[in-house]
Ligand binder design. Structure first.
Ligand code: NAP
Length: 249
């Protein structure tokens, strides 16, 4: 049984979807949780209540990871209210799908700014406290789209592939301080993010998945809990695919 008692986790975009499931899972394993939300305060309060119902401390911080100062405020508030940050999960992400010829500059920029730069700003803010503590776990939520590429998602695939590079470079740079950096690459999870995808695309992906179903919230949060735990102490710079075999690297 994974034991995260006494650990503090910070999750970006933790009010709903995969981020919420990760927060609940880490809390169920004993961690206190701080998380950011961008705009959905109602969802954030509901998630705080659900984590508190597990007997853990939860704090929700309104923060836009696109802005470096906002990402820093998230980390500073979590440090102030939780006391330390042992685990950082970069989960906040958006899609703005379109074909290359039709993609608007803002759709390219917003996706790179949120999914890739947002993770960097948050890592940058958390690095000093983790280095001082001589330890930490950074877990970035990438995607099969970043590993294999996806039609209509050049922006998202590029950001998620960049996140894998960021994961590996961070692992090299911070390894000497006992800070690990890994990525989790889910397949298709049925959340608000995938709600707009054509049914045929989802069914086709399921048909190509050896294990024959979509990725569940539990599949992703279990992988994150493992990478956050002492059991994963010697794993760094890796991409853990949680996709039922959809993409095999
Ligand atoms: P979701 O339900 O749409 O949730 C996205 C979360 O990101 C929300 O909590 C949102 O906050 C937050 N967010 C978005 N932009 C933000 C910003 N600028 N600053 C702070 N928070 C921001 O999506 P999801 O499916 O749970 O996806 C979570 C992560 O998993 C993403 O990185 C996504 O790329 C990745 N992923 C998803 C799938 C999938 O199939 N669903 C597959 C692979 C990877 P608000 O609630 O305040 O809007």
């Amino acid at each position: 049984m994974i034991d995260l008692s006494g650990k503090n986790a910070v999750i970006t975009g933790g009010a709903r979807g995969i981020g919420r499931a990760i927060g609940l899972r880490l809390a169920a394993q004993g961690a206190d949780v701080g998380f950011s939300y961008r705009g959905n305060a109602e969802a954030a309060q509901a998630t705080v209540a659900d984590i508190e119902a597990l007997g853990r401390t939860a704090i929700a911080v309104q923060a836009d990871v696109v802005k470096p100062e906002s990402a820093k405020e998230l980390i500073d508030t979590a440090l102030d209210q939780l006391g330390a940050i042992d685990i950082l999960v970069n989960n906040a992400g958006i899609t703005r799908d379109d074909l290359i010829m039709r993609m608007k500059p803002e759709d390219w920029n917003d996706v790179i700014d949120t999914n890739l730069s947002g993770a960097f700003w948050t890592i940058k803010a958390a690095t000093r406290p983790m280095m001082k503590a001589r330890g930490g776990r950074i877990i970035n939520i990438t995607s099969v789209s970043g590993q294999a590429g996806q039609i209509g998602q050049t922006n998202y695939s590029s950001a998620k592939a960049g996140l894998i590079g960021l994961t590996k470079a961070t692992a090299r740079e911070l390894g000497s301080r006992n800070i690990t950096s890994n990525a989790v690459a889910p397949g298709f999870v049925l959340t608000d993010l995938t709600g707009d995808l054509p049914e045929e695309l989802l069914e086709e992906a399921k048909a190509r998945t050896p294990l024959g179903r979509f990725t569940s919230l539990e599949d992703v949060s279990a992988a994150v809990a493992f990478l956050a735990s002492d059991e994963a102490a010697f794993i760094t710079g890796q991409v853990l695919a949680v996709d039922g075999g959809l993409v095999m690297m």
